[in-house]
Ligand binder design. Structure first.
Ligand SMILES: Cc1cc2nc3c(=O)[nH]c(=O)nc-3n(C[C@H](O)[C@H](O)[C@H](O)COP(=O)(O)O)c2cc1C
Length: 333
């Protein structure tokens, strides 16, 4: 798949942008397990132009991550254009504009999915950003503001026409937030529109090799973007890739392997943040692990409440001791 002249691989599996999740340490693991293209978490244009340290740090990328996108959001064209120019200086492969974030503090102020209520402003913002930088600009959005206003067909054409290089579509409306099931029919419709020439990336609820296959084969998208299913399971990319290539499923990572991976992630997270915040940050990932292990409740609580790394490592030892010999193939989740 070619995006703005750059090759991102055939049928790419893409790490979705996720605030407080897709930071450099996490991206490293997704890359290791086969993600073809990585997105940063969203970066506030307003905070960036004010050079807020925490925000500027979100622009950190390494060559080993390529192709990598930095995503920006904001409601004002001027600050978005200025932010895009600042982002360009750190040389990501792509800049992505967030037209999909549904949370109130963003969409309620007109940024993110809020732009779906003012398409002329959305298109003008995208146009000016495309004009202002020399790297390809992509966009990520939802189907519309609510189910009475599914406007993605028109939005896709208009964004393509002003020079957006690829469009990622999350198959929900803003009103749905993350509830219900993602609707892939409108994504397929955009892809089938003969006017649409840019790559269309499908997003929403992909959490298994079978669903990824369906996204490519039934809905015809050019790329599949995966968000929540990567949390606590960055190796999902490898599982999907293997299935797409061979039709066979890889065995699940053993408990010991999962413990090794999360330990390494925790150490990197601590190095990136600091000991306390790094450990706290990883709780979200740990909470998504070891699903379906029988009688796991006591150890799950100990794992999620461990105050320091020594205690946590002891909990991991107990997990391996109790479940290390178990065959995970029959477990749910
Ligand atoms: C914790 C979290 C943070 C997110 N942050 C962003 C973000 O910064 N930018 C963005 O475009 N989407 C963001 N999203 C939306 C995801 O990129 C994705 O569109 C959504 O989770 C649906 O895909 P999934 O079902 O594979 O998770 C976020 C989602 C989650 C769960």
């Amino acid at each position: 798949m070619i995006v703005g002249g750059k090759d991102v691989g055939e049928r790419p599996l893409i790490l979705a942008p996720m605030e407080e999740v897709t930071n450099p340490p996490f991206r490293k693991f997704c890359k290791r397990y086969g993600a073809d293209w990585l997105y940063s978490e969203f970066v506030s244009a307003d905070a960036l132009v004010r050079s807020i340290d925490k925000t500027v740090r979100k622009l950190t990328i390494e060559d080993t991550e390529r192709p990598v996108t930095i995503q920006i959001y904001g409601r004002f064209i001027d600050s978005m254009v200025e932010a895009a120019k600042m982002v360009e200086e750190v040389k990501p492969d792509f800049i992505d504009i967030n037209f999909g974030c549904p949370v109130k503090r963003v969409a309620g102020k007109g940024a993110g999915a809020g732009m779906l209520r003012d398409v002329p402003l959305m298109v003008e913002m995208a146009r000016q950003i495309v004009q202002a930088v020399n790297i390809p600009v992509t966009a990520k959005t939802r189907l519309g503001w609510d189910c009475e206003n599914i406007i993605i067909d028109d939005v896709a054409e208009r964004l393509q026409d002003i020079g957006i290089s690829a469009l990622a579509i999350h198959g929900r409306t803003r009103s749905q937030m993350y509830k219900g099931e993602a609707d892939w029919e409108p994504i397929a419709r955009v892809k089938q529109n003969p006017r649409i020439k840019i790559p269309i990336i499908g997003n929403g609820d992909i959490d298994s090799p079978e669903k990824a296959k369906e996204a490519f084969e039934r809905y015809g998208v050019d790329g599949v973007m995966i968000g929540r299913a990567t949390i606590g399971k960055p190796w999902i990319f490898e599982q999907i890739k293997h299935y797409l290539e061979t039709g066979e499923k890889l065995p699940e990572q053993s408990v010991q392997e999962q413990v090794n991976i999360i330990k390494e992630q925790i150490l990197l997270s601590m190095a990136w943040l600091d000991e306390v915040r790094g450990l706290f940050h990883m709780r979200r990932h740990m909470a998504c692990m070891f699903k379906g292990l029988p009688h796991f409740r006591d150890l799950r609580i100990q794992m999620l409440q461990a105050p320091d790394i020594q205690t946590l490592w002891e909990v991991f030892d107990k997990i391996v001791e109790r479940y290390g010999a178990m065959d995970l193939e029959d477990l749910e989740g």
